[in-house]
Design a protein around this ligand. Structure first.
Ligand SMILES: Cc1cc2nc3c(=O)[nH]c(=O)nc-3n(C[C@H](O)[C@H](O)[C@H](O)COP(=O)(O)OP(=O)(O)OC[C@H]3O[C@@H](n4cnc5c(N)ncnc54)[C@H](O)[C@@H]3O)c2cc1C
Ligand code: SF4
Length: 577
């Protein structure tokens, strides 16, 4: 096995290369030469700088497979570019990306670097700090996106407290603007969204095709060894790494998804199984977020497949809505709110005043809500740019319990999904929303802690995508900026959409008593506890009417069951990193 350092060494620039080539810094999540500065001149006139930063990898206990995915793609990308004729300055550094670039530029007399605007805010801040210390860096627009900031602003205007951001408005606008799935200015099939058709549970109706495998090559094995040695204390399992790390493998994975998964994506989009992690989901997010797969290519391929009749319209539209709608919307929202930092005061003050802190009925229990639980827990002083926003519109402030690190809770749905995440660093949308986040929201676990957990635990997580999805969509921590109501449910939804409950010690059909599913009692007590804030929400009128009909005796039993469940979940010790 030839170590990576030896393989990349011949591409190291000479002083003539440094003088005569255009130098481009490749951020860790933009490995592409299909668009952007790397596509603008021939490889023999191009030099690229790549930084492998230990400081960044150590910033949080990232899943070991995420580190392998990122670093192996980074090294393969460097070799791919070298093979095309680029000069490659591959730099290992204990420092941050910005600090490392500053030092490189001064040590090697590197000319101005061009960078495609990084997607991650955290990297933008790092580079801005380096630029203020003298780094010569020219930022050019990120052409991997399908929409511009102006597209977003034209729909919603600049960020304003109290404004509601309904994604559908943006989606319709970009569909019209890009003419994707449009005919004569009308949506193909007569409607913009087929979401309502996409709600079937999966009961082996159609066999799930086995995805291609990507066993590690020598270079990836070297990375696995390095990650095992250096980041042994990090989250997740490194065993059986099987993700694409070359451009060719990424393309193979997408070709498979398009041909074999997309035709059935729509109807089973919301289904969950304990014996099937992926179902018909494309699992493209880690590769799209790295720049290995381009959203424009994915959308074009799916549209063509729909036009040719290879993918039903409901599946094609469902997939395109995720990429062209949600993914673009989410990143604009993150940028416009400065990673949710501008949200201070978004919740109307009368709601915040009416809100009662979470009450746990056992005195002195570890679950008692801290005194300081209030709607927005932002530091008053000049904020550290790296400290994440911590909105908590519903006053959720309990620490995230050890079950998210793999301690078995006995709740089969949670235990299953957490085990899948520990194994793979990935699970699909509904398991993130209606299992992991649902439990956290119902119990009142801190939305910020949950966000940080998702950020390090998932291979596709970066600040721009994880923060709006967790603080906004899945926990209602933003007070309704993104979602018109909290995405919460009792056992009925999970039972309908999965096979989890059939393998669980708890009974999804009962809501009180020791054998009852905790989700249902947690659901009713969540509604009761948050009635001052949510009681007037028009989308929650039905459940609030049902709550109002419950007898005082049943309410006491529900509260007892919910408190028992939270006490149980919080009784395990959480690992420290
Ligand atoms: C609590 C929570 C946390 C999430 N965190 C992340 C995250 O860290 N990174 C991430 O990429 N997605 C995140 N999502 C969105 C979504 O769950 C994943 O993008 C999706 O499950 C990835 O699987 P897939 O590639 O098979 O997607 P598919 O279901 O096949 O969808 C196709 C593509 O659409 C994009 N997409 C779909 N939904 C979203 C969305 N809400 N936001 C952004 N892109 C979307 C993805 O890039 C994905 O590749 C989160 C959702 C929730 C509810
Ligand atoms: S019964 Fe409740 S805890 Fe068990 S799997 Fe179903 S929803 Fe989850």
């Amino acid at each position: 096995m030839v170590p990576f350092r030896k393989q990349i060494h011949p591409a190291h620039p000479t002083s003539a290369d440094i003088r005569n080539r255009r130098w481009i810094y490749i951020p860790y999540d933009r490995y592409t030469d299909r668009t952007g500065p790397l596509s603008e001149q021939p490889p023999e006139k191009t030099g690229i700088v790549i930084v492998e930063s230990t400081a960044k990898a150590m910033r949080r206990p990232y899943h070991k497979k995420k580190l392998v995915l990122l670093i192996s793609n980074m090294r393969h990308f460097a070799l791919e570019q070298a093979a095309k004729g680029c000069s490659v300055l591959y730099h290992f550094s204990p420092q941050s990306h910005g600090q490392a670039l500053l030092k490189l530029q001064s040590d090697l007399a590197l000319p101005e670097l061009t960078v495609m605007k990084p997607a991650e805010r955290e990297l933008r801040i790092d580079l801005a700090q380096a630029a203020s210390n003298g780094l010569k860096l020219r930022e050019v627009p990120d052409t991997t996106w399908l929409s511009t900031t102006n597209d977003f602003l034209n729909v919603y205007g600049p960020y304003k407290h109290g404004r509601s951001y309904v994604m559908d408005r943006f989606y319709r606008r970009v569909r019209q603007q890009t003419a994707i799935l449009m005919k004569n200015a009308k949506p193909v099939g007569g409607q913009f969204s087929f979401d309502a058709d996409n709600r079937n549970p999966y009961k082996n109706q159609i066999p799930i095709p086995a995805p291609p495998t990507f066993p590690p090559d020598d270079l990836t094995r070297e990375v696995i060894q390095m990650v095992s040695d250096t980041y042994a204390h990090h989250f997740g399992s490194i065993d059986n790494f099987d993700l694409p790390v070359t451009q060719a493998d990424c393309d193979t994975m997408w070709a498979f998804a398009l041909k074999h998964l997309l035709p059935n994506f729509g109807p089973y989009e919301d289904a969950m199984r304990d014996d099937q992690l992926q179902l018909f989901h494309s699992r493209t997010s880690p590769l799209v977020n790295l720049g290995r797969l381009l959203p424009a290519d994915l959308v074009r391929d799916v549209e063509q497949a729909a036009t040719a009749g290879r993918v039903p319209l409901s599946s094609a539209e469902g997939f395109i809505r995720q990429i062209l709608g949600w993914r673009e919307f989410i990143r604009h929202l993150h940028e416009q709110t400065d990673g949710y930092r501008l949200l201070r005061g978004h919740i109307p003050s009368e709601l915040a005043q009416n809100r009662k802190p979470r009450q746990i009925h056992q005195k002195g229990s570890p679950n008692q809500a801290p005194e300081a639980a209030h709607a927005y827990t932002q530091p008053a002083a000049e904020p550290d740019p790296y400290v994440g926003a911590a909105p908590s519109a519903l006053g959720a402030a309990l620490p995230l319990p050890a079950v998210y690190w793999g301690t078995k809770s006995g709740l089969h749905c949670i235990d299953t999904v957490v085990a899948q995440v520990i194994d793979e660093g990935w699970s699909h949308h509904i398991t993130r929303l209606m299992v992991l986040s649902n439990l956290a929201t119902l119990c009142g676990f801190s939305p910020r802690e949950l966000t940080d957990w998702f950020w390090f635990a998932y291979v596709d997580a970066y600040d721009w995508v994880v923060e709006p999805n967790v603080l906004g969509m899945s926990t209602y921590a933003d007070g309704g900026l993104t979602a018109t109501k909290p995405y919460v449910s009792g056992a009925a939804y999970i039972n309908r959409m999965s096979n989890y409950c059939g393998h669980c010690q708890y009974n999804p059909k009962t809501s009180t008593g020791p054998d009852s599913c905790p989700f249902t009692a947690l659901y009713w007590t969540f509604l009761e506890r948050n009635q001052p804030i949510l009681g007037s929400n028009f989308r929650l009128q039905m459940p609030y009417r049902t709550l109002a009909k419950k007898s005082a005796e049943e309410l006491v039993q529900l509260r007892t069951r919910a408190d028992q469940a939270i006490t149980h979940l919080q009784s395990f010790t959480r690992p420290k990193y």
